[in-house]
Design a protein. Structure first.
Length: 48
């Protein structure tokens, strides 16, 4: 559940940044997708 909350918070902040058109120092979307995959891979054994 904490992972889902963190993901949702990140999405909300991302939407807010997009609406305000703030240039974020975040890596490109491909890198963010990789980080999300790492997070999900870490959480998978705990869920099983």
């Amino acid at each position: 559940m904490p992972y889902l909350k963190a993901l949702l918070a990140g999405v909300l902040v991302g939407v807010a940044y997009a609406l305000v058109r703030v240039k974020s120092p975040a890596p490109p979307p491909v890198a963010l997708a990789g980080l999300l995959g790492m997070l999900l891979g870490q959480a998978a054994p705990e869920a099983l």
